[in-house]
Design a protein around this ligand. Structure first.
Ligand code: ATP
Length: 246
């Protein structure tokens, strides 16, 4: 697909004869923000596993930047190519400060220059400040991560992903367990991140998906059931039947 960042074409993945992903095709453009919704068992996690090299498809192609076939690479290789993933549960280190968590993530950065030459402490400090500011945690940068609220921990983890400078971020249910205010701030944060890099957000919270204001893909039985603006897909009788109307 011309100019695409990610292109899944007819991807199928079965577990014990059951097709978790079943002829899935999906295109993500550079800098795009995309929400993926769908009922439990629709294949959302398996789709993310395939994009990040955790699972290999049985059939179909997964093209990265129109050149690289992701369908046989592993998770380390996917991360090196610029694919970052944030799991639902935050994995920040509670006993380190916000700044120290970000520093660790910056030190693990994928860029060859960063890995070969490291970075001066002044650059490191500036980068930490810039990301902390971006995720709304500048004032809390010296607080232990363990003292942060659930929402703040999620933002820190998004910041740690940003530190790795990915071209694509996969974010799994970031709004789960957040207050309404945190949920809206998270939508704002992800909107501000997209544009520079593509972001795929898997989410069940429809207020959050609405606040993202992006194209929505509805997955069902391992394939795309509907795709388009939220108002368009939510008016689709099949989407109402299998997901929204429940
Ligand atoms: N490793 C596995 N072994 C067997 N079955 C699996 C495996 N991984 C996923 N499945 C099955 O594939 C289907 C799709 O699962 P998946 O977790 O991708 O859905 P999901 O859309 O992420 O669901 P949820 O919203 O509940 O997280 C489910 O029926 C699940 O039981």
């Amino acid at each position: 697909m011309s100019g695409s960042l990610l292109y899944l074409s007819g991807v199928t993945k079965s577990f014990d004869g059951f097709a978790a992903i079943n002829g899935l095709s999906l295109v993500i453009m550079p800098g795009e923000l995309r929400a993926v919704i769908g009922p439990n068992g629709a294949g959302k996690t398996t789709m993310m596993d395939i994009i990040t090299g955790k699972t290999h498809p049985d059939r179909g192609q997964v093209f990265w930047k129109e050149k690289v076939d992701l369908s046989r690479i592993d998770e380390v290789a996917a991360a090196r190519l610029g694919i970052g993933r944030k799991f639902q549960k935050p994995t920040v280190i509670d006993s380190l400060t916000v700044a120290e968590n970000l520093e660790l993530a910056l030190k693990g950065q994928r860029g060859l220059t960063a890995r070969l030459f490291g970075r001066s402490s002044r650059t490191m400090h500036a980068d930490i400040m810039q990301i902390a500011d971006r995720i709304g945690l500048a004032a809390s940068r010296n607080d232990l991560a363990g003292t942060l609220s659930h929402g703040q921990k999620q933002w820190l983890e998004i910041g740690m992903l940003l530190a790795q400078d990915p071209d694509l971020m996969l974010v799994d249910e970031p709004a789960a367990g957040m207050t309404d205010e945190e949920t809206m701030r998270t939508a704002e944060l992800l909107r501000s991140i997209a544009g520079h890099r593509a972001v795929i957000v898997v989410e069940h919270d429809m207020d959050f998906v609405r606040a993202l204001g992006c194209k929505v893909t509805v997955l069902h039985q391992g394939r795309v059931l509907a795709e388009g603006p939220l108002d368009f897909v939510s008016a689709n009788p099949e989407v109402i039947e299998v997901y929204l109307g429940r």
